[in-house]
Write a protein that binds this ligand. Structure first.
Ligand code: BYC
Length: 344
């Protein structure tokens, strides 16, 4: 009895020591800027934080198709319809790369989708606001995709290989999305006074929610410390928000639009714009399910998933049939063996 308990304690100590040294070696790899791949050893906390962030990101891309999707049929010309259709399809594609990256960590797509549909998993707060006018589609491309690029370019250097590689392609597509958004807003600002007013009204509604996309202040960010240690987050929420404000002010000036923040002023000493305070009560309400569109977004998402079930089933039946046919073709071509291993 004594020996058994002694053995158990010794085994536990050895396991802890092994695990500590594996964790040290893992952190040293991160510090050397090596990519971690799915087959490599990784601490549970690393895996957990990646699954959380990558799946939230995937959900954001997929839910993010909804506010713009409703405008495809209402876009003002065939060309704008085609461009918007392609953009919304791109967002669906981003969701797929990201779900696939999360799956390399041992979770299944069904588990991730269930977590979204049951309200357990978060997605970006920004997609819980209504798209009321055509100008909103331009403003989303310009600001929301612009904020996404600011946040996602550093993620191309994140320590987890599959996530970093997915981000490279996503960022290329997002940068096209941002330009198409700017082009819509530019066209409105060059148009009639009513069109420019529509763009300004939209900017007034989307500016603050866009700044919220970067997440809480660094001092209130629960995950930033560990995500930075693990080489997942390269820049903090506040650093990214500041970079976004700094580049966007000149773009708004070029368009002749006014950013709805009386406290926005260049601070020569800091070399950055100062800006007003964010309404964090509004942010947390939206994050916790009480935004203007949280309920309808989830209803639309769940019904799209249910309505698409037959397509998924048909596609997978087709894939099975093709695989079976391919196997049968290989078997038919294989030479007939007359060799009898038992007789030999
Ligand atoms: N909305 O400790 P923190 C797109 C949550 S898609 C909702 O700072 P973290 C696009 C956070 O999850 C854009 N929740 O967290 C698509 C955490 O809650 P939990 C999506 C938010 O992870 C279609 C808690 O607050 N981009 O671009 O270190 C059309 C504490 O926060 C938000 C990504 O997902 C928010 N805004 O940092 C157009 C990029 N902010 O998990 C465009 C990848 C924070 O403890 N993600 N929370 O329950 C990230 O970079 C980081 O996850 C965040 C948050 C910067 C978002």
């Amino acid at each position: 009895m004594y020996t058994q308990s002694f053995d158990t304690q010794t085994n536990a100590k050895v396991e802890r020591a092994n695990s500590d040294s594996r964790e040290d070696a893992f952190l040293a790899r991160i510090r050397r800027d090596e990519k971690i791949e799915p087959q490599d050893w990784m601490p549970d906390a690393y895996k957990k934080t990646l699954v959380r962030q990558i799946s939230q990101h995937a959900h954001s891309e997929v839910v993010g198709m909804l506010p713009e999707g409703g405008w495809i049929t209402r876009a003002p010309s065939l060309k704008r319809k085609e461009i918007l259709l392609a953009k919304v399809q791109d967002e669906g594609g981003h969701g797929l790369y990201l779900y696939s990256a999360a799956e390399t960590l041992g979770v299944t797509r069904d588990e991730l989708v269930d977590a979204l549909h049951s309200g357990k998993a978060k997605y970006s707060s920004i997609f819980n606001y209504e798209t009321k006018t055509w100008a909103d589609i331009g403003i989303i491309g310009w600001l929301v995709d612009g904020a996404a690029i600011m946040n996602q370019v550093p993620l191309c250097r994140c320590s987890y290989g599959p996530y970093a590689r997915a981000m490279i392609r996503i960022c290329k597509e997002e940068s096209f999305h941002q330009r198409q958004g700017f082009d819509i807003v530019h066209a409105l600002c060059k148009g009639a006074a009513a069109q420019k007013a529509m763009a300004q009204e939209s900017l007034n509604r989307w500016w603050w929610p866009t700044l919220m996309m970067f997440g809480p202040h660094d001092s209130d960010s629960t995950h930033s410390g560990q995500a930075a240690e693990y080489g997942i987050k390269r820049l903090s929420n506040d650093e990214l928000r500041q970079k976004f404000v700094d580049v966007t002010v000149a773009q708004a000036e070029f368009l002749g639009l006014t950013i709805p923040d009386p406290a926005l002023v260049w601070n020569a000493e800091r070399g950055h714009y100062d800006f007003g305070s964010i309404d964090w009560d509004e942010f947390w309400k939206v994050v916790n399910g009480e935004g203007p569109c949280n309920e309808s977004r989830m209803q639309d998402r769940v019904s799209a998933f249910e309505n698409g079930r037959w397509v998924r089933e048909a596609a997978s039946a087709h894939a099975t049939k093709r695989a079976e046919r391919a196997l049968a073709a290989v078997a038919a071509k294989a030479p007939v063996t007359t060799h009898d291993p038992v007789a030999a």
